[in-house]
Design a protein around this ligand. Structure first.
Ligand SMILES: Cc1ncc(COP(=O)(O)O)c(C=O)c1O
Length: 327
C-alpha cells in the first residue's frame, strides 16, 4: 500500500503481533493479542517511526536538510524525529514547550545523545508552538537552512498513510495467525495514528471497531481533528476515494489530565509488566491499557470477542516519573 511514495526504510517491519495469554485469561478475553509498535526499532521505537519513514522520504525528495518539529518536553515524537534525522544525515531542531529542566532525563536526555538541537520555550506548549511553526520556518530559511516542518505528532497527510499501510501489515498478520479482531484499542494524542488505521481499514474493507482512547482532548475534538486529517489525506493522494469514516473515540480515561499519573494507570502498567513482561508508558499506552482492562472487567468486551491492543511505544517516559520509584 502506498509503495510508490518516497520513503526512508528506517523501521523494523513488520512489528510483532502476538497473543497476551496471561493477561487475556486474567481479564476474561480468550483471544487477546497485541501489536508491538513499541518495537519499530531506532531509539526505543514507537508509533512515530512509521510516520517518519514517509516524512523523511518526502523531506529528502524536497531537498530539505533539516527536520524541525515541536512537542512537549518529554515528547516521544521529538525523540524519534531526532533519531531518524541522525541516521538520515539530517540536522534536527526540536522546539519544546516548557521550561528547560536542571537535569536531563527520559526523552530529552536521549535527544541530546542523538545530537538534536533543542530550544526550550518556557511560556509555550506544543499546541502554541505548532501554530507558530510556519513563522519559525521562515526564520530558519533566513538563516540559510532548508528546513522541513513536521507538525506535532507528524499529524499531516504524509504521516497518516503509514498507518493505513500498517493496517495492511496487520491484515496479513491476521490471516497468518487466523486471528480476526472485533476491535482494536489504541492511545490517541493528535489522532494521526487513529486516522491512518481507519483509512487503512476502509481501503481494505475490514469490519473492525477501532477505538481511540484519548489521553487529553475531548472525544468531540479528537473526532473533528481525525475527520479533518482523513479529508486532507484523501485530497492529497488521488488513489484514495472519499468516504465517510466511522470515528470511535473514548474520553473517559483522561483522568486528571495529560501526563498525570493515577492509580488505575499504574495498575495497568503493572499488570502488563507482571503478566506479559511488557512495559506501557504512563502518558499514552498506560491509559489505553487501563481502558482495555476496565472494558473487559465491565463486560463491555465479551470473553469470546477477539481484541487487539495496539502498543504505540513511549516507554522512555517511565524513567521520568520518580513517583513510580518510591518505596
Ligand atoms: C507512546 C505514544 N502513543 C500514542 C501517541 C498518540 O499518537 P497520535 O499522535 O498519532 O494520536 C503518542 C503521541 O505522541 C505517543 O507518544
Amino acid at each position: 500500500m502506498f509503495d510508490d511514495l518516497p520513503r526512508a526504510r528506517l523501521a523494523f517491519l513488520p512489528t510483532p503481533m502476538h497473543r497476551l495469554k496471561n493477561l487475556g485469561e486474567s481479564i476474561g478475553i480468550d483471544q487477546l493479542w497485541i501489536k508491538r509498535d513499541d518495537q519499530t526499532g531506532i531509539s526505543f521505537g514507537g508509533n512515530k517511526t512509521r510516520k517518519l519513514e514517509f516524512v523523511v522520504g518526502d523531506a529528502k525528495a524536497k531537498k530539505c536538510d533539516t527536520l524541525v518539529t515541536v512537542g512537549g518536553i518529554q515528547s516521544n515524537h521529538c525523540r524519534q524525529t531526532a533519531a531518524v534525522a541522525a541516521v538520515s544525515g539530517m540536522r534536527c531542531i526540536l522546539l519544546l514547550g516548557g521550561e528547560e529542566p536542571e537535569e536531563y532525563t527520559g526523552n530529552i536526555l536521549l535527544n541530546r545523545m542523538l545530537g538534536a538541537e533543542m530550544k526550550f520555550f518556557p511560556d509555550e506548549s506544543a499546541f502554541t508552538l505548532n501554530k507558530r511553526l510556519d513563522g519559525i520556518m521562515d526564520t530558519l530559511t533566513d538563516f540559510g537552512l532548508t528546513p522541513y516542518a513536521i507538525p506535532a505528532g507528524a499529524a499531516m497527510p504524509v504521516g497518516i498513510v503509514p498507518y493505513a499501510a500498517a493496517m495492511d501489515e496487520l491484515n496479513n498478520q491476521f490471516k497468518v495467525n487466523d486471528f480476526f479482531p472485533d476491535r482494536i484499542i489504541l492511545a490517541v494524542g493528535t489522532g494521526g495514528t487513529l486516522a491512518g488505521l481507519i483509512l487503512g481499514a476502509h481501503m481494505l474493507d475490514l469490519d473492525i471497531d477501532i477505538i481511540g482512547i484519548t489521553v487529553s482532548k475531548s472525544a468531540d475534538q479528537v473526532k473533528e481533528e481525525v475527520q479533518t486529517l482523513i479529508e486532507r489525506t484523501v485530497q492529497t493522494y488521488s488513489e484514495i476515494e472519499s468516504f465517510t469514516p466511522k470515528i470511535n473515540v473514548d474520553d473517559s480515561f483522561i483522568g486528571k489530565g495529560y501526563g498525570m499519573l493515577e492509580d488505575g494507570v499504574v495498575s495497568a502498567i503493572e499488570m502488563f509488566a507482571k503478566m506479559e513482561g511488557i512495559f506501557l508508558d504512563p502518558v499514552y499506552t498506560g491509559k489505553a491499557g487501563l481502558a482495555l482492562i476496565r472494558m473487559a472487567l465491565a463486560g463491555v468486551i465479551k470473553s469470546d470477542s477477539p481484541t487487539l491492543f495496539y502498543h504505540t511505544g513511549g516507554e522512555p517516559t517511565l524513567f521520568t516519573y520518580s513517583e513510580l520509584g518510591q518505596k
